[in-house]
Design a protein around this ligand. Structure first.
Ligand SMILES: Nc1ncnc2c1ncn2[C@@H]1O[C@H](COP(=O)(O)OP(=O)(O)OP(=O)(O)O)[C@@H](O)[C@H]1O
Ligand SMILES: [Mg+2]
Length: 268
C-alpha cells in the first residue's frame, strides 16, 4: 500500500496570552492510502489540530508532515493552498455551505478555482458528485431547504467534486442525530470502497468508531493508541506500551503496532 500521510515528531503550540498551549506533543504515525481512519479522543485532545495539519490548513511548530509524498515544511501559504486544492477535501462539523447558493452551486464552487475546467465540465462534475451522495433530486434546493443530513451530504459532494486523494472530516456527525450520523458515515465508507479515497474523520463518540477500519487515539495532545479493526474487533497497540485497563473497555486487546497495518507507528 502507498503511504499518503506521514507525521514525524510533530508538535504544535499556540500562543495564548502569555501562555503556550501544547496542542500536539511529538506525534508520529503514518497512514496508507485507501483507509478509513478515525481520530478519536476527548475534547481538547488535539483532533482538530491534527486534521488541520494533515489538511494543510495549519503548519506544525516542529516535526515533519508529509502529505502525498510532499514534505510540507517551509512551504509558502500559496504553495500550501495549491497542494490542498489538488489533494484534500474538507468536511466541517457545521457544513459551511453558502446559504444563497443551491446545493449544486455549492458543490461547484471549489471547482471555480480550476481554471482549466469548462463550465460544462464543472457542471458535470457537480452532478456526478451529487448523484454519488444521492441528492440529484434536491440539486436546486438551497441549504435552508435541506435537512441536516442532506446538508452534510452536500458538503461531502463538494469535498468529492475536486477528486481529492484524502477527505478530512472534523466531527462530521456532531450536528446530526444518531441515525442520520450513521448514514453519513456509511456513505463515506461506500465512497471509500468505490473510489478508494482515503477518509480521515475525528470524533469523540465511541459509537462511531466502528465505521473506521483504523484508529488513532489522542489524549492531551499525545498519541496514545493505534488500532486496527479486524473481524469486528479492535486490535489496539498502546503507544506507551501500557494496556488500557479501563473496565468494560472493548478496546482492551493489546497487540504490537506491527499488527495494525494501514496506520503505523514509524520505524524507530
Ligand atoms: N487557535 C488556537 N489558539 C490557542 N489554543 C488553541 C487554538 N486551537 C486549539 N487550541 C488548543 O489546543 C488544544 C487542542 O485543541 P483541538 O481543537 O485540536 O482539540 P479537539 O480534540 O479538536 O477538541 P474538540 O473535541 O473540543 O473539538 C486545546 O487545548 C485548545 O484549547
Ligand atoms: Mg475539534
Amino acid at each position: 500500500m502507498t503511504e499518503i500521510v506521514r507525521l514525524e515528531n510533530v508538535s504544535k503550540e499556540y500562543a495564548l496570552g502569555e501562555h503556550r498551549v501544547h496542542a500536539l506533543k511529538n506525534v508520529s504515525f503514518s497512514v496508507d492510502a485507501g483507509v478509513v481512519l478515525a481520530i478519536a479522543g476527548p475534547s481538547g485532545s488535539g483532533k482538530s489540530t491534527l486534521l488541520n495539519l494533515i489538511g494543510l490548513i495549519d503548519v506544525a511548530t516542529s516535526g515533519r508532515v508529509v502529505v502525498d509524498g510532499h514534505d510540507i515544511s517551509g512551504r509558502t501559504p500559496d504553495e500550501l493552498a495549491e497542494m490542498r486544492r489538488r489533494t484534500i477535501g474538507f468536511i466541517f462539523q457545521t457544513f459551511n455551505l453558502f446559504p444563497v447558493l443551491t446545493a449544486k452551486e455549492n458543490v461547484e464552487f471549489p471547482l471555480l478555482q480550476r481554471h482549466a475546467l469548462t463550465k460544462q465540465e464543472r457542471s458535470r462534475r457537480a452532478s456526478v458528485a451529487l448523484e454519488a451522495v444521492g441528492l440529484t433530486a434536491v440539486a436546486r434546493h438551497r441549504p435552508n431547504q435541506l435537512s441536516g443530513g442532506q446538508r452534510q451530504r452536500v458538503a461531502i459532494a463538494r469535498a468529492l467534486a475536486c477528486g481529492p486523494k484524502i477527505v478530512l472530516a472534523d466531527e462530521p456527525t456532531a450536528n446530526l442525530d444518531h441515525k442520520t450520523g450513521e448514514g453519513i458515515l456509511e456513505l463515506m465508507k461506500e465512497i471509500n470502497r468505490k473510489l478508494h479515497t482515503t477518509f480521515v474523520f475525528s470524533t469523540h463518540d465511541q459509537k462511531v468508531l466502528d465505521f473506521a477500519d483504523h484508529y488513532v487515539g489522542m489524549e492531551d495532545g499525545e498519541l496514545r493508541f493505534l488500532g486496527l479493526r479486524k473481524d469486528n474487533q479492535w486490535l489496539i497497540s498502546d503507544d506507551r506500551r501500557r494496556a488500557d485497563r479501563r473496565k468494560g473497555d472493548r478496546r482492551r486487546t493489546v497487540r504490537s503496532a506491527d499488527e495494525a497495518p494501514g496506520v503505523r507507528a514509524p520505524e524507530q
